[in-house]
Design a protein around this ligand. Structure first.
Ligand SMILES: [Zn+2]
Ligand SMILES: [Zn+2]
Length: 380
């Protein structure tokens, strides 16, 4: 545990454990950091470049001996989904993933135009296994089969693992470098910012590894029976696409579901995807059958009138995920008030260190249109 106390730090001996929580000796960590050369933009960029080259294959362990070349996978399908929301220049709106967006102060977050070739990519599967695992929904129309739902879920979890592993590397890099050349006072402020982010990412990652090993077993045995799925569909594409995983604390009626701060209980997870397949729009929720907390969440969604549901989904998507992309054409049809609401929701969704404010999902004072839900069914 780090100790952010200036008197404690000033009294540290060379061989004592460093105050920052790195587990290194003080002399090998923060001693004299105020005299080091400050972190340069070039170093930040080099780190970002390096980490974006990271390649791995998250296929189930039993398949790994057969891996071939790792490819740039899209966590959200480019050919069908991203294209369906792109503007005439093939751009979507979203948040660029880079080191400066990692920092805690997200007050200035703005959606940026991103070319669909670069939106939402990760090097998390080899070519062979990407095809093997995901062609069931990438190359065929989505029909809500169990096989398609579980594959979709698997990719979301793998993407999240990749992102969290990256976040931890970024946090380590920042812990070692961000406070170089700063006074002890500022070192404390900076380390205080990084610490909960790193801790939160590590906790989330260990939970994700468990989820993945469970899914690995399902895929390897072809059992597919520990998950529930809810599919919502419409004849037209959604103006928002997303692929992520979250642990809801409240449902759509603002009823409390679970505490994220509890150390005894592991928070239940909900995987969600919004995408296009053959010009139809889909939202798919996936959760473990034993996750009763998530049942309550889904039930509160199902109580909402179909014609109002899209608006509540907007609340949910933006307040729960960073990996969200918007149709620029749809964005331009929104009023300033609506755009501001989405930006505010997005700040909630990209803040890892503070608890979500209550009532985020239930607040329907500003509503959205743009997707009419036609059909809704469970896959069990
Ligand atoms: Zn240190
Ligand atoms: Zn592979």
């Amino acid at each position: 545990m780090p100790i952010f106390d200036i008197d404690y730090i000033l009294a540290l001996g060379r061989n004592d454990r460093c105050w920052c929580g790195s587990k290194l000796k003080f002399k090998r960590c923060h001693k004299d950091r105020e005299h080091e050369k400050p972190l340069s933009l070039g170093e930040k960029l080099a780190f970002g470049n390096n980490i974006s080259k990271r390649e791995t294959c998250y296929a189930p362990k039993s398949l790994l001996p057969d891996c071939n070349k790792v490819i740039k996978s899209h966590t959200i399908s480019k050919s069908s989904t991203l294209k369906s929301i792109a503007d005439s220049t093939n751009h979507v709106l979203g948040l660029k993933q880079n080191l400066s967006n990692f920092q805690k102060n997200k007050e200035n977050l703005r959606f940026e135009k991103i070319g669909i070739n670069n939106a939402s990519t990760f090097k998390g599967f080899c070519k062979k296994h990407d095809k093997l695992l995901f062609s069931c929904f990438e190359d065929k129309p989505f029909l809500g089969t169990k096989e398609q739902c579980i594959a979709l879920t698997y990719r979301s979890v793998a993407k999240e693992i990749y992102a969290k592993e990256e976040a931890i590397e970024a946090a380590k890099f920042m812990r070692r470098n961000a406070d170089r050349g700063k006074s002890i006072f500022f070192q404390i402020i900076i380390q205080k910012d990084i610490y909960p982010y790193k801790l939160g990412s590590e906790m989330a990652l260990s939970e994700l590894y468990k989820i993945k090993s469970n899914l690995d077993a399902e895929l390897s045995n072809n059992s597919n029976d520990s998950y529930n799925f809810l599919v919502i569909e419409s004849a037209s594409p959604l103006p928002i696409v997303v692929s992520s995983i979250t642990n809801p604390t409240h449902n759509f009626k603002d009823e409390h579901l679970q505490d994220l701060a509890s150390l005894e209980e592991v928070a239940e997870q909900l995987v969600f995807n919004a995408f296009t397949s053959k010009r139809k729009g889909f939202v798919v929720f996936s959760w473990l059958k034993k996750a009763e907390v998530i049942d309550k969440f889904i039930n509160s969604l199902l109580e909402i009138n179909k014609k109002d549901m899209f608006s509540y989904l907007v609340n949910f998507f933006f307040s729960s995920a960073e990996n969200t992309f918007i149709s620029p054409d749809w964005w331009n049809t929104l009023s300033t008030e609506q755009q501001q609401k989405i930006e505010a929701l997005f700040k909630v969704g990209s803040n890892y260190t503070e608890e979500r404010p209550r009532n985020v999902l239930a607040d329907n004072s500003i509503t959205f249109a743009g997707w009419e839900i036609e059909n809704l069914y469970r896959v069990t």
